[in-house]
Design a protein around this ligand. Structure first.
Ligand code: ATP
Length: 321
């Protein structure tokens, strides 16, 4: 388990002090993808750099399987690895395989282990065929996949992923997500920051939301969405709807404390759309059927984590403004 307690990082620049991380207490257990979310400048990268032993915290503690990175940096570095999507973390003049040899030797991976591990990792990220090609001839997606393999070369127990799919095409990003999910399923602890909330929603079992370096909230993506009062939208199509149906829908929405969207489709069918935090699909359809309408289609869109985070950030602004 990686645990932080009251982590704080200040950057001093002349007379001004910027508090990038302000009292964060986090847990990153094995076997789960843990998300770290926040707007630009929230303190995500600084936190990850502290966990990766690249920055010293101003105060607070970090423990990696009970080890203190300040006292035992070498042992900690053997347990963790960092992959930052925005940065080129491999050498352009070397081939994929040479890069992995190089980084494996930096981590003191025994030669007998390193050879087979490199083959496995190249296969995992789909670069077996390009292993002998110099990286400057790789596409951006290939270089990023090699960075993932590089991040696994020391077989870390914990993987710190800072925007791993940044700028990648959708199919390549999807492949990477599969790799990340598999690694967590196999027992690795993963910390993920990402601007793609759908990615966080798909992968993370638990998410910390931070703003201005401070803890705002945490929970599973579903819990966060529910807690911030996200609205689910119900869309119902009613062919040949009478004015009574329209009136019944409007009255139902008013009783539920919302407003119904009423549109006519090309074929004259009434398309009703109602947003509400509660379970309203059932009562809405009963109101329609009760007024003599028939249903041709029903679609429920769940509230997204994106809505939840935006709501949280608005709330944080209100508190700090
Ligand atoms: N070396 C530094 N010196 C001074 N200020 C810094 C330094 N590094 C980061 N900061 C500041 O600390 C705050 C947090 O930055 P950080 O990069 O951790 O945020 P982030 O959440 O990763 O943002 P982004 O989503 O834009 O990557 C920002 O206000 C940033 O300007």
């Amino acid at each position: 388990m990686i645990e932080t307690q009251d982590l704080r990082k200040e950057f001093r620049d002349g007379r001004t002090t910027k508090v990038a991380v302000d009292g964060l207490t986090l847990a990153i257990p094995p076997g789960r993808v843990t998300g770290l979310l926040g707007l630009n400048g929230a303190g995500k990268t600084t936190t990850i750099k502290i966990l990766a032993t690249l920055l010293r915290p101003t105060s607070g503690t970090v423990r990696v399987d009970e080890l203190d990175p300040l006292r035992d940096p070498k042992a900690v570095r053997h347990r963790i690895n960092l992959i930052a999507g925005g940065e080129r973390m491999v050498y352009a003049r070397m081939t994929g395989r040479e890069n992995l040899w190089y980084f494996g030797q930096l981590y003191d991976v025994p030669r007998a282990v390193l050879g087979p591990r490199i083959d496995e990792l190249l296969a995992l990220v789909g670069l077996t065929g390009a292993a002998g090609t110099v990286v400057e001839r790789y596409s951006r997606g290939m270089a990023q996949r090699l960075s993932i393999a590089r991040g696994l070369i020391n077989d870390p127990a914990y993987l710190l992923l800072d925007e791993p799919t940044l700028g990648l095409d959708a199919p390549i990003a999807r492949d990477l997500r599969r790799v990340v999910a598999r690694l967590a399923a196999e027992g690795k602890g993963v910390l993920l920051t990402s601007h793609y909330l759908a990615e966080v929603e798909e992968l993370c079992g638990h998410v910390y939301v931070i703003g201005d370096g401070r803890h705002l909230t945490e929970g599973s993506p579903a819990e966060l969405t529910a807690r911030t009062g996200g609205h689910r939208t119900v869309r119902v199509t009613v062919p040949g709807a009478s004015p009574e149906v329209e009136a019944a829908v409007t009255a139902f929405a008013a009783r539920a404390g919302t407003v119904a969207g009423l549109d006519r489709a090309g074929d004259g069918a009434l398309v009703v759309s109602v947003s509400h935090p509660g379970e309203i699909a059932g009562p809405l359809t009963m109101a329609i059927v009760g007024a003599g309408g028939t249903l041709a289609g029903l679609e429920v869109t769940e509230p997204s984590l994106e809505d939840a985070i935006l709501a949280l950030n608005d709330a944080a602004w209100l508190v700090t403004a």
